[in-house]
Design a protein around this ligand. Structure first.
Ligand SMILES: C[S@@+](CC[C@H](N)C(=O)[O-])C[C@H]1O[C@@H](n2cnc3c(N)ncnc32)[C@H](O)[C@@H]1O
Length: 283
């Protein structure tokens, strides 16, 4: 990690070097570090529920789901509890290990519906074909280049059943956020970090406009330990760009949902893309 440590602080203590990302150390750390501490992840996103409701509702309409970038099961487990068998794949061993532990606490019928793998969503090969492939909560934003997106869509194509659908959601790029000064620390209120007590917290944002990649540095100052930085790196995709990427990789957008509630508007913060494979008739 070179340039993306503006404060010169240590990186998150749990960052491992084992990752399939080989593009650059910055991108590798930015797609792994935030997921090395599953307890912190759960605590941070515990009130994010609208996407869980959305994906569970959609999964109830099919008989098999493949989740790419399943994390530690925020969406995987509710889908399985609602009755649909699901296979989850994630690059982070820490997240999958945590999900395995959570799954072990579930009743037998739920346990039977879930299969988990550590793996790269750009290289997924499954014997089974799925009616639905999902990639929730900005996991798609860890696809930094056209080659990454094409490899991901190739995985999806290989795994989808005929007439199956791909669903993924992304935050829409927000010009004011991308224009923030990289040297400025945006502080929020201190909060309880699992196992560390009340930490001071702030974020820095550094946008690479040519690569369309936003580097976020999350800075933590625990009361009784060394300060550390967790990087999080997100590609920024514009809606028309995504439509084109899907189109030229053999998909058509069958539905767009804004903020998980209905037709998108100019004030929507996130978009769900629902895509199906193109047929000769739909070209
Ligand atoms: C924001 S989390 C979303 C997790 C889960 N879907 C949820 O909604 O809570 C993004 C996940 O994508 C995973 N990820 C990043 N790059 C990946 C890749 N190339 N293949 C598989 N998983 C990846 C991360 O490990 C992380 O668990």
């Amino acid at each position: 990690m070179k340039a993306k440590r503006p404060s010169g602080k240590a990186l998150h203590p749990a960052i491992s070097s084992a990752s399939a990302h080989t593009q650059s150390p910055d991108l590798e750390a930015g797609s792994a570090a935030h997921y090395e501490d599953p307890d912190y992840y759960c605590r941070t996103y515990k009130s994010r529920l609208e996407d869980v409701v959305f994906y569970v509702d959609r999964a109830k309409q099919v008989s098999s789901v493949l989740e790419l970038g399943c994390g530690n099961g925020r969406i995987t487990l509710p889908i399985a509890r609602a009755g649909t068998p699901i296979v989850g794949v994630d690059l982070s061993r820490a997240m999958i290990t945590d999900l395995e532990a959570r799954l072990a606490e579930e009743p037998a019928d739920v346990r039977k519906r879930v299969k988990l793998r550590v793996g790269d969503m750009r290289k997924v090969r499954e014997r089974q074909r799925f009616e639905q492939v999902i990639c929730p909560f900005n996991a798609f934003l860890h696809l930094y280049t056209r080659a990454d997106v094409e490899a991901f869509l190739d995985s999806v194509t290989r795994c989808l059943a005929p007439n199956g659908e791909l669903l993924f959601d992304v935050s829409i790029p927000e010009p004011l956020e991308l224009a923030r000064k990289p040297e400025k620390l945006y502080r929020t209120r201190p909060f309880l970090y699992p196992g560390m007590g009340r930490v001071k917290y702030g974020e820095r944002f550094d946008y690479d406009a040519l690569k369309q990649v936003l580097h976020v540095s999350m800075e933590f100052e625990p009361p009784n330990a060394e300060s550390f930085v967790t990087p999080l790196t997100h590609r920024q995709f514009y809606p028309q760009e995504l439509e084109a990427l899907l189109h030229y990789n053999g998909f058509r957008v069958s539905e767009l949902v804004g903020d998980f509630i209905g037709p998108p508007s100019e004030s929507s913060r996130s978009l769900v893309f629902v895509a199906k494979q193109r047929t000769k008739q739909s070209r």
